[in-house]
Design a protein around this ligand. Sequence first.
Ligand code: HEM
Length: 393
Amino acid sequence: MTGTVTEFNYPILLIASDDPYPTYKWMRDHDPAHYSAMEELWVLTRYADCSAAFKDWKTWSSERRGNLINDIPERVGKSLGTSDPPKHTFARSIVNKAFTPRTVADLKPKVKALAQRLCAQAREKGTIEFVSDISAPFNAAILGAMFGVPEQDFIQLRHWLDDFFKREKPRAGEEPRQVVAMRQLRLYLDKLAEARQKEPGDDLMSAMLLAEEDGRRLAMDQVVVTTMTFLTAGFESTNNLFTNLTYALSLHPHVLAEVRANPDLIPAFVEEGMRWDAPAQGFVRSPTRDVELHGKLIPQGAQVLLHIGSANRDEREFADPDRFDLHRADQRHLGMGQGIHFCVGAPLGRVMAQFLFEELLPVSTRWEIDLNHAARVTTPNFRGFVQLPLTIA
Ligand code: HEM
C-alpha cells in the first residue's frame, strides 16, 4: 500500500477483495482514525480503539445511525442491534429469557444429525458447492426450527435475506432492493407472529411473545423486528463463518492436517478462524459527543465503522497476527463483538461451526477450492462467499 493519508479514501467494498489485510495494516499504522470523504464514513482500525468504543455505549451509540453501514432508516432504533439502553436493555433481557443455554442444548441433536446428513451427501458428490449444498440448507433448517418457519418457505426467505444486505444504488424511479426485501420479510413475519400469538408453539417467537420482564412483555412489533435481527444476523454471519473457515483450510494445509489428526482442536480452529478472517468485519456506531482521537476530531452524529477485521489483526494486540495459529494462548478477538451488543447467537454459531467441521473433515480425503468459480459476498459489513466450489473426495 502506497499513497499518502490525504489521498486515501477507504472504499466500503474493500472487504470483498481477495486480501484487504495489507491495506488495513497501512491504515492502523498511518491513519488509525480515518475519514473517508468518498463514503462519508470514519473508520477505526486499531484493536484498542474498537474495543473501547464497543464497551462505551454512552459515547458510541447504536441508535443514532444503526449498526450497519448506511443503515436502513426504518430499522434504526427498532432492533436489538440498532438500539441503546434503556430500550436495548429491556429487549435484550426478554431475548435472554427466550433464547437460553437450554435452547442451544435442545437444538444440539438436530444440529448434529443435520450436519451428518449433509456431510454424507457431500461425500457422495465429491465436489460440492459449499453454500448451496451445505451452508444454506444447514442454516435454513436450524434457524427455521428455532422460529418455527415452515421449511418450504426458506428459499424465499433466503432471497429476501440476501437482498437485505445489498447496498446497491437503485435505478432511477426504483426502490432500493434492501428496502423491498425488508418490507416483504416484515409482512411474512407479521403473519407468522399473529399465528403464534393465537397458538403459541415450541419456538423462539412464541417464547419472546410470552416472556416478561418486570411485568412487561415485548410488543408484537418488537418481537417481529427482533426475529428479523435473528434471521438476518444468523443467516449471514454463519454462512460467512463457514465459508471463511473452509477457505482458510485450503490456504493452510498444515492447519488442515492438524485438525484432521486431532478433532479436539476444532473449537480452537473456529475461534482462530473468526479472528483471522472475521465474518462480521465491522459495525457502525455514532458518537453522542465530539470525540478527539489520534489528532482528529470525530464530530458527534458521524458514521463510524469499528473495523473488527482490522482490529483482529492488530500487531499491538496479537503476536504475529497474520499467522493462522491454532495454539494462540489468549483469544480476545472481536469477531462476535464486545460489550452490551455482544452476539446473542454466539453459543449457537459456535456449536454449528464445530459440529459441521467435525462431520465434514472425517469424510474428506481432499480439500480443494475452485477459486475461479467462487464468488464473494459484496456487502460492506460482512466478508465471506456466496459461492464456493469445494472438492472433498
Ligand atoms: C457464527 C457467526 C456469528 C458472528 C461472527 C456474529 C457476529 C456478531 C457481532 C460482531 C455482533 C455485534 C454487533 C454490534 O456490536 O453492533 C452480533 C450481534 C448479534 N448477533 Fe451475531 N454473529 C454470529 C452468529 C449469530 C447467530 C447464529 C445469531 C442468531 C441465532 C446471531 C444473532 C445476533 C443478534 C440478535 C445480535 C444483536 C445483539 C445485540 O445488539 O444485543 N448471531 N453478532
